[in-house]
Design a protein. Structure first.
Length: 225
Protein backbone atom coordinates (compact mmCIF):
# COMPACT_ATOMS: atom_id res chain seq x y z
CA UNK A 1 0.00 0.00 0.00
CA UNK A 2 2.97 2.33 0.43
CA UNK A 3 3.26 2.33 -3.37
CA UNK A 4 -0.38 3.33 -3.78
CA UNK A 5 -0.99 6.00 -1.15
CA UNK A 6 0.97 8.90 0.32
CA UNK A 7 2.02 8.72 4.01
CA UNK A 8 -0.79 11.08 5.06
CA UNK A 9 -3.47 8.94 3.39
CA UNK A 10 -1.92 5.73 4.68
CA UNK A 11 -2.26 7.04 8.22
CA UNK A 12 -6.00 7.55 7.61
CA UNK A 13 -6.60 4.20 5.87
CA UNK A 14 -6.84 1.89 8.83
CA UNK A 15 -7.27 -1.82 8.33
CA UNK A 16 -9.59 -3.41 10.89
CA UNK A 17 -7.90 -6.39 12.54
CA UNK A 18 -9.98 -6.73 15.71
CA UNK A 19 -13.36 -5.79 17.10
CA UNK A 20 -15.63 -7.37 14.48
CA UNK A 21 -17.79 -10.42 13.89
CA UNK A 22 -15.68 -13.11 12.19
CA UNK A 23 -18.70 -14.34 10.19
CA UNK A 24 -20.14 -11.12 8.73
CA UNK A 25 -17.61 -8.43 9.64
CA UNK A 26 -20.09 -6.36 11.69
CA UNK A 27 -17.80 -3.96 13.62
CA UNK A 28 -17.97 -3.74 17.39
CA UNK A 29 -18.29 -0.39 19.11
CA UNK A 30 -14.79 -0.86 20.54
CA UNK A 31 -12.09 -1.49 17.94
CA UNK A 32 -9.79 -3.24 20.42
CA UNK A 33 -12.46 -5.74 21.43
CA UNK A 34 -11.87 -9.42 20.56
CA UNK A 35 -13.49 -10.82 17.44
CA UNK A 36 -16.81 -12.29 18.58
CA UNK A 37 -19.93 -13.41 16.67
CA UNK A 38 -22.61 -10.74 16.45
CA UNK A 39 -26.17 -11.39 17.59
CA UNK A 40 -27.45 -12.02 14.06
CA UNK A 41 -24.78 -14.63 13.32
CA UNK A 42 -25.40 -16.35 16.65
CA UNK A 43 -29.00 -16.81 15.55
CA UNK A 44 -28.19 -17.93 12.00
CA UNK A 45 -24.88 -18.04 10.13
CA UNK A 46 -24.70 -16.28 6.75
CA UNK A 47 -24.56 -18.47 3.61
CA UNK A 48 -20.95 -17.63 2.73
CA UNK A 49 -17.93 -19.53 4.06
CA UNK A 50 -15.36 -16.73 4.52
CA UNK A 51 -15.88 -12.99 4.86
CA UNK A 52 -12.91 -10.70 4.14
CA UNK A 53 -12.94 -6.94 4.47
CA UNK A 54 -10.33 -4.23 4.64
CA UNK A 55 -11.79 -1.65 6.99
CA UNK A 56 -14.84 0.06 8.43
CA UNK A 57 -16.74 2.16 5.91
CA UNK A 58 -15.86 5.56 7.33
CA UNK A 59 -13.37 8.40 6.98
CA UNK A 60 -10.99 8.30 4.04
CA UNK A 61 -12.05 4.81 2.97
CA UNK A 62 -15.63 6.04 2.58
CA UNK A 63 -14.44 9.12 0.66
CA UNK A 64 -12.37 7.03 -1.73
CA UNK A 65 -15.13 4.51 -2.36
CA UNK A 66 -17.61 7.29 -3.09
CA UNK A 67 -15.14 9.01 -5.40
CA UNK A 68 -14.56 5.76 -7.29
CA UNK A 69 -18.21 4.72 -7.41
CA UNK A 70 -19.94 8.01 -8.19
CA UNK A 71 -17.08 10.31 -9.16
CA UNK A 72 -15.72 7.99 -11.84
CA UNK A 73 -12.11 8.27 -10.64
CA UNK A 74 -10.34 5.38 -12.34
CA UNK A 75 -7.08 6.19 -10.53
CA UNK A 76 -8.79 5.78 -7.14
CA UNK A 77 -10.57 2.66 -8.36
CA UNK A 78 -7.26 1.18 -9.47
CA UNK A 79 -5.69 1.83 -6.04
CA UNK A 80 -8.67 0.36 -4.22
CA UNK A 81 -8.66 -2.70 -6.47
CA UNK A 82 -5.00 -3.31 -5.74
CA UNK A 83 -5.64 -2.88 -2.01
CA UNK A 84 -8.40 -5.49 -2.08
CA UNK A 85 -6.23 -7.79 -4.19
CA UNK A 86 -3.42 -7.61 -1.62
CA UNK A 87 -5.88 -8.51 1.14
CA UNK A 88 -7.07 -11.56 -0.82
CA UNK A 89 -3.55 -12.70 -1.67
CA UNK A 90 -2.60 -12.56 2.01
CA UNK A 91 -5.65 -14.57 3.03
CA UNK A 92 -5.37 -17.26 0.36
CA UNK A 93 -1.64 -17.73 0.89
CA UNK A 94 -2.52 -20.08 3.76
CA UNK A 95 -5.72 -21.68 2.49
CA UNK A 96 -7.21 -23.08 -0.70
CA UNK A 97 -7.62 -20.46 -3.40
CA UNK A 98 -10.98 -20.00 -5.13
CA UNK A 99 -11.64 -21.48 -8.54
CA UNK A 100 -13.22 -18.30 -9.91
CA UNK A 101 -13.63 -14.63 -9.00
CA UNK A 102 -17.09 -13.11 -9.52
CA UNK A 103 -17.87 -9.38 -9.18
CA UNK A 104 -21.14 -8.16 -7.75
CA UNK A 105 -23.05 -7.22 -10.92
CA UNK A 106 -24.87 -4.02 -11.83
CA UNK A 107 -28.19 -4.03 -13.62
CA UNK A 108 -28.01 -2.82 -17.23
CA UNK A 109 -29.67 0.53 -16.53
CA UNK A 110 -27.13 1.55 -13.88
CA UNK A 111 -24.27 0.11 -15.91
CA UNK A 112 -25.22 2.32 -18.86
CA UNK A 113 -25.61 5.36 -16.59
CA UNK A 114 -22.31 4.86 -14.77
CA UNK A 115 -20.31 3.47 -17.69
CA UNK A 116 -18.50 0.90 -15.55
CA UNK A 117 -19.01 -1.57 -12.73
CA UNK A 118 -16.70 -0.60 -9.87
CA UNK A 119 -16.88 -4.13 -8.45
CA UNK A 120 -15.87 -5.57 -11.80
CA UNK A 121 -12.85 -3.28 -12.01
CA UNK A 122 -11.73 -4.29 -8.52
CA UNK A 123 -12.38 -7.96 -9.26
CA UNK A 124 -9.98 -7.79 -12.22
CA UNK A 125 -7.16 -6.89 -9.85
CA UNK A 126 -8.13 -9.66 -7.45
CA UNK A 127 -8.34 -12.26 -10.22
CA UNK A 128 -4.97 -11.21 -11.65
CA UNK A 129 -3.28 -11.26 -8.25
CA UNK A 130 -4.70 -14.70 -7.40
CA UNK A 131 -4.10 -15.97 -10.96
CA UNK A 132 -7.70 -17.06 -10.97
CA UNK A 133 -10.20 -16.57 -13.82
CA UNK A 134 -12.90 -13.95 -13.47
CA UNK A 135 -16.39 -15.03 -14.53
CA UNK A 136 -19.06 -12.54 -15.56
CA UNK A 137 -21.57 -15.18 -16.61
CA UNK A 138 -22.26 -16.76 -13.23
CA UNK A 139 -24.20 -13.91 -11.63
CA UNK A 140 -26.28 -11.16 -13.22
CA UNK A 141 -28.57 -8.52 -11.79
CA UNK A 142 -31.90 -8.63 -13.57
CA UNK A 143 -33.93 -6.09 -11.64
CA UNK A 144 -33.41 -2.40 -10.91
CA UNK A 145 -34.13 -1.68 -7.26
CA UNK A 146 -34.28 1.50 -5.21
CA UNK A 147 -30.68 2.58 -4.49
CA UNK A 148 -29.69 1.27 -1.06
CA UNK A 149 -28.30 4.69 -0.15
CA UNK A 150 -31.94 5.86 0.05
CA UNK A 151 -33.05 3.05 2.38
CA UNK A 152 -32.53 2.34 6.04
CA UNK A 153 -31.00 -0.95 7.23
CA UNK A 154 -34.38 -2.68 7.69
CA UNK A 155 -35.67 -1.74 4.23
CA UNK A 156 -32.41 -3.02 2.69
CA UNK A 157 -33.06 -6.41 4.25
CA UNK A 158 -36.56 -6.49 2.72
CA UNK A 159 -35.49 -5.94 -0.89
CA UNK A 160 -36.51 -8.60 -3.38
CA UNK A 161 -34.07 -11.05 -4.97
CA UNK A 162 -32.60 -9.25 -8.02
CA UNK A 163 -30.10 -11.93 -9.12
CA UNK A 164 -29.99 -14.93 -11.39
CA UNK A 165 -27.26 -17.10 -12.89
CA UNK A 166 -26.65 -17.53 -16.61
CA UNK A 167 -24.62 -20.72 -16.24
CA UNK A 168 -24.19 -23.45 -13.66
CA UNK A 169 -21.47 -23.12 -11.02
CA UNK A 170 -21.31 -26.85 -10.23
CA UNK A 171 -18.54 -27.67 -7.75
CA UNK A 172 -16.86 -24.27 -7.95
CA UNK A 173 -15.26 -22.42 -5.06
CA UNK A 174 -16.35 -18.83 -5.81
CA UNK A 175 -14.90 -15.59 -4.46
CA UNK A 176 -17.55 -12.85 -4.69
CA UNK A 177 -16.23 -9.28 -4.82
CA UNK A 178 -18.21 -6.24 -3.62
CA UNK A 179 -17.18 -2.71 -2.71
CA UNK A 180 -19.29 -2.09 0.42
CA UNK A 181 -21.24 -4.34 2.77
CA UNK A 182 -23.98 -2.50 4.63
CA UNK A 183 -26.36 -5.04 6.18
CA UNK A 184 -25.17 -8.06 4.19
CA UNK A 185 -28.64 -8.52 2.67
CA UNK A 186 -27.50 -8.07 -0.94
CA UNK A 187 -24.52 -10.36 -0.43
CA UNK A 188 -26.79 -12.92 1.19
CA UNK A 189 -29.03 -12.97 -1.89
CA UNK A 190 -26.12 -13.14 -4.32
CA UNK A 191 -24.38 -15.96 -2.43
CA UNK A 192 -27.63 -17.89 -2.11
CA UNK A 193 -28.12 -17.58 -5.87
CA UNK A 194 -24.61 -18.93 -6.56
CA UNK A 195 -25.08 -21.83 -4.15
CA UNK A 196 -28.40 -22.67 -5.80
CA UNK A 197 -26.53 -22.78 -9.13
CA UNK A 198 -24.28 -25.51 -7.73
CA UNK A 199 -21.33 -23.62 -6.23
CA UNK A 200 -19.53 -25.79 -3.69
CA UNK A 201 -18.50 -22.79 -1.58
CA UNK A 202 -18.72 -19.01 -1.80
CA UNK A 203 -16.36 -16.60 -0.04
CA UNK A 204 -16.92 -12.83 0.07
CA UNK A 205 -14.36 -10.01 -0.07
CA UNK A 206 -15.26 -6.33 0.30
CA UNK A 207 -13.31 -3.16 0.95
CA UNK A 208 -15.64 -1.39 3.36
CA UNK A 209 -17.90 -2.82 6.07
CA UNK A 210 -20.43 -0.36 7.43
CA UNK A 211 -21.19 -0.24 11.12
CA UNK A 212 -24.53 -0.01 12.92
CA UNK A 213 -22.68 2.26 15.36
CA UNK A 214 -22.09 4.78 12.55
CA UNK A 215 -24.45 7.76 13.04
CA UNK A 216 -24.75 7.98 9.23
CA UNK A 217 -25.99 4.41 9.13
CA UNK A 218 -23.37 3.31 6.64
CA UNK A 219 -25.24 4.90 3.75
CA UNK A 220 -23.77 6.47 0.65
CA UNK A 221 -25.33 9.90 1.00
CA UNK A 222 -22.14 11.71 1.95
CA UNK A 223 -21.18 14.43 -0.49
CA UNK A 224 -18.18 13.80 -2.63
CA UNK A 225 -15.12 15.82 -1.57
Amino acid sequence: MRRLFCPACLARLKRRTSGFCPYCGEPSAVEEAPCMPCGACLRALPPWSEFLFFGVYEGLLRELLLRAKFGGSLAVLDALGRTLAALCVEHYAVTARPDVVVPMPLDMIRLRERGFNQCGEMARHVAAALRTPMRLDLLVKVRTLTPQSLLNRERRRQLEQPFQTLNRADGLHVLLIDDICTTGATLDRAVTCLLAAGARRVDVAVLGRSSRHDPCGGGESSALP
